[in-house]
Design a protein around this ligand. Structure first.
Ligand SMILES: [Fe+2]
Ligand SMILES: [Fe+2]
Length: 368
């Protein structure tokens, strides 16, 4: 008798997780989901590659104490076996889901799966190429988590007859090159904003369970704790080199903060039915997530964006509107919308940032 196929949730290494995912890819696939995941636009998740040798050369001895505590927490693996369906998984009536909601929710799942898997491929590659024990150990642990997250979203998609073919994406999706420091800024932020997004939805649905239209949201608390640890790891990596968070690099930090926040705002406003079903006003949600993320990033960044500035909300709305116009328009109208979007971004970027002192010790614990 064959042993039953193990689940990605139980995989203890990324290699094992990916082997399970690949076996599932062979059983079941969906062109629609994979094609959606293949898209590379400003608003869709991308895959990244970097200078792995430079990353491998990081010496973590200056943050050794915090580093060892964090790695030990991740090694203890509190979420092993968590990311799979159990008796808490309620039946989902995909057939009778309101069509707009269904469309937006599927788009949300595919985009989240792609984003999780993007982390997985980047972290796994670093682990594979590196020789530095600290670095390869960390990236193995983070890749393990992301493989589980992506695998779990694929479970949810499967009930709707869909699956993102992860093996195909690894082979065929375009990889964007980012220098290591840009990887730190972008990945640190995406982990921390991921935590803020998931915990905000989780807490909201705890208070309003009648809006929990799909069981996957019940898993968001443990989920965001994984993202929180990943963010902590990047904070420690940046802490090893003070140059990364001072001087000219502060302008880069501001750029990534603005780009990540603005992208989230525009992307979420494309899903009105999804937010209505959750009982969440996307403007309130964005403000809440930015507030939490900014509070956390004070652990390492000397600036935060002034999201209370009158120009902030106004230009986010302009950017969002220009983005909607860009999709439908052609020729000069399209160009006009692109210029308006660019101008709105410049207006966001040039809002004076709030400066503050960075604490000597970086480490935080999940607080929301
Ligand atoms: Fe993740
Ligand atoms: Fe993560």
């Amino acid at each position: 008798m064959n042993a039953p196929l193990k689940h990605t949730a139980d995989a203890t290494t990324v290699e094992e997780g990916l082997a399970i995912a690949e076996a599932q890819d062979k059983q079941y696939t969906s062109e629609m989901a994979t094609e959606t995941a293949m898209a590379n636009t400003l608003l869709t998740p991308r895959f990244y590659t970097t200078d792995f040798d430079e990353l491998d050369a990081i010496d973590v001895s200056s943050v050794r104490e915090d580093w060892d505590v964090l790695i030990a927490q991740m090694e203890a693996d509190p979420n092993k076996g968590h990311f799979k369906k159990n008796e808490d998984w309620d039946h989902v009536d995909w057939e009778n889901m309101e069509p707009e909601l269904k469309k937006e929710f599927i788009d949300f799942l595919i985009s989240s799966c792609t984003a999780e898997f993007s982390g997985c491929v980047l972290y796994k590659e670093m682990k594979r190429r590196g020789n530095n024990k600290d670095i390869t150990q960390l990236f193995q642990l983070m890749a393990r988590d992301e493989a589980r997250h992506a695998g779990f979203i694929n479970d949810a998609l499967r009930e709707a007859g869909l699956r993102v073919n992860l093996g195909f994406l690894t082979q065929k999706k375009k990889y964007t090159y980012f220098r290591p420091k840009f990887i730190y800024y972008a990945t640190y932020l995406s982990e921390k904003i991921g935590y803020a997004r998931y915990i905000t939805i989780f807490r909201h649905l705890e208070a309003h369970p009648e809006h929990r239209f799909h069981p996957i949201f019940k898993w968001f608390e443990e989920w965001c704790n994984d993202e929180f640890s990943h963010g902590e790891a990047f904070a420690l990596l940046m802490k090893t080199d003070p140059k990364l968070t001072s001087g000219i690099n502060v302008y880069w930090i501001k750029f990534f903060l603005t780009a990540v926040y603005a992208t989230m705002y525009v992307r979420d406003h494309q899903r009105p039915a999804f937010h209505k079903a959750l009982g969440v006003d996307p403007d309130w949600y964005a403000h809440e997530v930015f507030t939490k993320t900014s509070k956390m990033t004070e652990q390492i960044y000397p600036i935060t964006l002034d999201i209370e500035h009158p120009r902030w909300q106004r230009n986010l709305e302009k950017l969002q509107k220009a983005n909607v116009d860009m999709v439908d328009a052609k020729g000069l109208k399209k160009l006009g919308a692109q210029i308006r979007a660019g101008w709105a971004f410049v207006n966001l970027y040039t809002i004076p940032a709030k400066k503050h002192a960075v604490p000597a010790s970086v480490r935080l614990e999940p607080a929301y």
